[in-house]
Design a protein. Structure first.
Length: 234
C-alpha cells in the first residue's frame, strides 16, 4: 500500500488561509490533491489538518481526512517530520500499514503527476530512504554577498571573487513539493537531507516558494503562463 499525506494546518500567518485560498480557479490544496490523483501512485490520499474548514474542502476534492491533527503539531514551529510521523502512527492505529508514504505540500501548484511517479521509481530503484524534489540555484552560491550595517558588502566566500561561474560547483535546494519515504523512515530519526536520500531534479521554472503575497502573485503569473503554453498543471 502507498499513501499520500498532504499536511495543511489552518493557522498560516504570512498568508492567512493560504492552503485553501483560491489559486487560479480553485482552492490551492486542490492542485496538490489532483496531482496525487493523476499520478496513479496512491491507494489513499489523506490530508493532515487541524482545521474543519480545510478538512471539508479536502473531502470535496476526494481526499480523505480520517484523523485530525492535534494542536500540539499545528503551530509555527512544528516540522514536516513530526507531522508525517504522527500521520503514519495514526494510520497504524486504524490498522493501515503502508509501505511507502509521500508527503505532498498543500501549496505546490506546479507539482506534476509525472514527477510524483518519478520520485517513487527513484525511491524503489535506489533503495534510498527518501526521494524528494530539488532544483538548482540560479546563481553560484559561492559568490553570495552579505549585507552589513549601512548596506556595507562582504562576500561569504571571498576566495571565489575571481572564480569564473562555470568553474564553480552547481548547488541545489529543496523544491518544496513532495517527499517520498518508506514508512519506516518517516517513523525513524533519519535525516531527510542526508546520504540516505535521492533527489528528483526539477526545472527552475516549475519551482516557486509561496510564503508572501509577492510569492503568491508571482506564482499565479507563472502558472497562467504555463497554461497558455499548454503545459499540464498536474
Amino acid at each position: 500500500m502507498r499513501i499520500a499525506i498532504i499536511p495543511a494546518r489552518g493557522g498560516s500567518k504570512r498568508i492567512p488561509g493560504k492552503n485553501i485560498r483560491p489559486f487560479c480557479g480553485q482552492p490551492m490544496i486542490a492542485w496538490s490533491i489532483q496531482a496525487a490523483q493523476a499520478s496513479g501512485c496512491f491507494d489513499r490520499i489523506i490530508v493532515s489538518t487541524d482545521s474543519e474548514e480545510i478538512a471539508d474542502i479536502a473531502r470535496r476534492h476526494a481526499a480523505e481526512t480520517p484523523f485530525m491533527r492535534p494542536a500540539a503539531l499545528s503551530d509555527d514551529h512544528t516540522g514536516t517530520m513530526a507531522v508525517m510521523k504522527h500521520a503514519v502512527l495514526a494510520l497504524a492505529q486504524m490498522n493501515c500499514h503502508p509501505e511507502d508514504v509521500c508527503c505532498i505540500y498543500a501549496t505546490a501548484p506546479f507539482l506534476s503527476a509525472d514527477d510524483i511517479s518519478k520520485g517513487l521509481a527513484q525511491l524503489l530503484a535506489t533503495g534510498a530512504h527518501f526521494a524528494f524534489s530539488v532544483t538548482s540555484y540560479p546563481f553560484p552560491i559561492q559568490r553570495a554577498i552579505r549585507l552589513g550595517p549601512d548596506q556595507r558588502v562582504s562576500m561569504f566566500q571571498p576566495q571565489h571573487f575571481n572564480t569564473r561561474s562555470q568553474d564553480l560547483e552547481p548547488a541545489w535546494h529543496d523544491a518544496g513539493q513532495f517527499y517520498w519515504g518508506t514508512a519506516a523512515s518517516w517513523l525513524s530519526d533519519d535525516v531527510l537531507f542526508g546520504q540516505h536520500s535521492t533527489a528528483v531534479v526539477l526545472p527552475r521554472h516549475r519551482v516557486q516558494d509561496i510564503d508572501t503575497e509577492e510569492d503568491w502573485e508571482r506564482a499565479e503569473w507563472m502558472f497562467k503562463a504555463m497554461q497558455m503554453q499548454g503545459q499540464p498543471s498536474s
